[in-house]
Write a new protein. Structure first.
Length: 381
């Protein structure tokens, strides 16, 4: 499949990259001022958002990729992605979660290109391996979206993970969507389960991981929001209209309207309600995927530096180990980290904060960030 927009069947497709959140489970590396998508967390030579942009631009063309992010990150993103078009970055004064970010970008894009375009949302902080399988999944998702479904890409669950939400797939939709043999109805979305429930999901063969990838016609999304989230829709519409008039009016409208927009995730506002009425479809994504949600995820992406399975993100020469195994070490301060009899731990050393935690509790780093916030340590967040 050709990677040039306009010649590969993706000429009506526009991609939104929501780049929000601070990645609190990756503290103290990821902070509010420099969240995880601005880092190369897997040693691939490009940051997470650079890799995401390159992957999607190869599919739809660089002019058809937009980024929604916080104002504090605009400069860094422009530096990392100089080919991002000037008008294709939407700067949010405060975080308002994924529904608002996707809706605003969609509203602006419809004013530029019409309401029958297809929009796709792909997070800035995911790692994907297997380009051909990814392209095929997106191709089928686009066809399914053109048929009127809000379409998600479900990732094959390789283990009973408690870190991801799940999609319960239903009947085949292949007869309704020519060219998309993998299309399935979505029965429901389910939250992150406990270990026993995750194992039960895996055993049925009917559940896939929810990667938060959504593809849909713009009019389908906006009509749903107009009917079910009228206040959010009205605010987004006012901002989009102002942005089309001028940069100054757009910024003023963002400052005035955006802070009052409902803060709600796309799954809750759109995907889950629509799935109850048969409006959501799923395409199986049989490619390698991870959202790098914690330091265990980082470790899974990195090579072992020796036979004792120690993983180092950064300068390996700054880590010396003796009788230690299974550790994840991030040396970001100007000093050596010496491990003696230390097993299965996370050690993240930055100039102003040091994290030491069992790998088994990687998901709980978010709780430490909450404790620091309670204690007023905003300087570390």
């Amino acid at each position: 499949m050709n990677g040039t927009n306009g010649t590969n069947g993706f000429d009506d497709v526009h991609v939104i990259i929501p780049a929000g959140g601070t990645g609190t489970r990756l503290w103290p590396l990821s902070r509010g001022a420099k969240p995880k998508f601005l880092y190369d967390l897997v040693g691939q030579g490009s940051t997470l958002i650079q890799s995401t942009f390159d992957r999607l631009a190869a599919l739809v063309g660089p002019d058809h990729v937009v980024v929604s992010t916080g104002r504090d990150h605009v400069s860094a993103i422009r530096h990392q992605i100089p080919q991002l078009a000037e008008g294709n970055i939407f700067a949010e004064p405060v975080p308002r979660d994924s529904t608002a970010a996707i809706a605003l970008a969609t509203a602006v894009l419809t004013r530029r290109y019409g309401e029958r375009i297809v929009v796709g949302s792909f997070a800035a902080d995911q790692v994907i391996r297997g380009r051909d399988a990814f392209v095929e999944a997106v191709r089928q998702a686009v066809l399914t979206a053109r048929a009127g479904y809000v379409t998600t890409i479900g990732i094959a669950a390789s283990r009973p993970s408690t870190a991801f939400g799940y999609i319960h797939q239903g009947a085949s939709l292949a007869d309704r969507v020519p060219g998309a043999p993998g299309a399935r109805a979505v029965e429901r979305f389910v939250e992150k389960p406990d270990a026993d429930t995750a194992q039960a999901y895996l055993a049925t063969g009917e559940y896939r991981w929810n990667a938060g990838m959504f593809v849909m016609r713009a009019d389908v999304l906006l009509d749903h929001l107009r009917a079910h989230k009228p206040e959010l829709f009205a605010a987004i519409s006012r901002i989009a209209d102002a942005m089309m008039r001028s940069d100054r009016e757009g910024r003023e409208a963002m400052d005035r309207c955006w802070p009052r927009v409902e803060k709600i995730a796309f799954d809750y506002a759109v995907a889950e309600p629509l799935s109850l009425s048969g409006g959501v479809a799923m395409i199986p994504g049989d490619f390698g995927w991870d959202d790098i949600g914690d330091f265990n995820s980082v470790a899974a992406m990195l090579p072992s530096r020796d036979g004792r399975n120690i993983k180092v993100l950064g300068d390996s020469d700054r880590v010396v180990s003796l009788d230690s195994a299974g550790d994840v070490v991030v040396p970001r301060a100007d000093r050596t980290i010496a491990l003696l009899g230390v097993n299965d731990m996370v050690v993240v050393d930055t100039p102003d904060a040091l994290l030491i935690a069992p790998r088994a509790r990687s998901q709980e780093v978010k709780a430490m960030v909450a404790r620091l916030s309670e204690e007023g340590r905003d300087d570390l967040l």
